[in-house]
Design a protein around this ligand. Structure first.
Ligand code: HPA
Length: 272
């Protein structure tokens, strides 16, 4: 089956399970579950029931789609994403974004836990992503291009929506939430970076580094969606003394910052 046909099959299955068509998509990062509770829930579908969906394998990820409302917006939320380091192909990693588009989603919110490479950052900071650097070894748009899904040579001059970024900053001020803005570098993982790598990433324009987001954002842009993305800084690689980074600490820091991230994203969705 072609990718296009797979997307249609999966979207048709999901449509048969939901009452209202979603227009806003949300992808939750590791430890950032708080946003689920801000949804007036209508339907949940475990990934295991969805045709063509891969299964999530990483700790801290639930693996289900949640449907409902935030404010007056109909949302579809992915609790648990697929990471390239888990062994999925880039097509699998980004498949849910294609399905969201087919369901009628025009705006995508993406969150993640990331390591700070900007030495002025602190653990627990929120960083609105203004731009990214793609250092993944494989590209989600590599291969024959299906024009029904998007153009062959995609413009990436404005991957993150300027109006949503401005609204995010404004609402953060209103809510008394401190936010940074910066550049996210996407790497395959699954190792965290060496001290030299963190420094190199910063020297080369990155403020935060993580193992997700970039593939999904590329595919969302391919499908013509507006994108807003936000990182929780869960650890700092750029320090004088090398620090040990563990997945547990990353999840803990993400959990601690999740409520303010959830408030901010929910406020943007309700107002946009
Ligand atoms: N590096 C890569 N990915 C991450 C990090 C990091 O330091 N923290 C959370 N995800």
């Amino acid at each position: 089956m072609s990718l296009f046909d797979k997307i249609q099959t999966t979207a048709a299955f999901i449509k048969s399970k939901i009452k209202n068509q979603p227009t806003t998509g949300i992808i939750l990062g590791s430890g950032l579950g708080g946003l689920i509770d801000m949804i007036e829930k209508e339907t949940e579908i475990p990934y295991s029931e969805i045709p063509n969906f891969p299964l999530s394998t990483v700790q801290g990820h639930d693996g289900k789609l949640v449907f409902g409302k935030i404010g007056n917006k109909q949302v579809i939320l992915m609790a648990g994403r697929f990471h390239y380091y888990e062994g999925y192909s880039m097509q699998e990693v980004t498949f849910p974004v294609r399905v969201m588009k087919a369901l009628g989603v025009d705006t995508l919110f993406v969150s993640n836990a990331s390591g700070g490479t900007n030495p002025t950052f602190n653990i627990g900071d929120l960083m609105i992503i203004e731009d990214h650097i793609n250092l993944f070894p494989e590209h989600p748009l590599r291969g024959a291009n299906d024009e029904r899904l998007g153009v062959r040579f995609l413009d990436m001059s404005r991957p993150y929506d300027g109006a949503l970024i401005a609204m995010g900053k404004e609402l953060a001020t209103e809510l008394g939430i401190h936010v940074r803005t910066g550049v996210y570098t996407g790497l395959q993982g699954p190792t965290f970076e060496t001290p030299a790598e963190y420094k190199w990433l910063h020297r080369n324009g990155g403020d935060a580094v993580g193992m997700s987001t970039v593939p999904e954002v590329i595919v969302a842009r391919h499908g013509g969606m507006k994108v807003f993305a936000i990182s929780v800084i869960t650890d700092l690689g750029v320090t004088d003394v090398p620090v040990v980074i563990t997945h547990e600490e990353v999840l803990e820091a993400a959990n601690a910052a999740a409520p303010k991230m959830a408030s901010l994203v929910a406020a943007i969705i309700a107002r946009m």
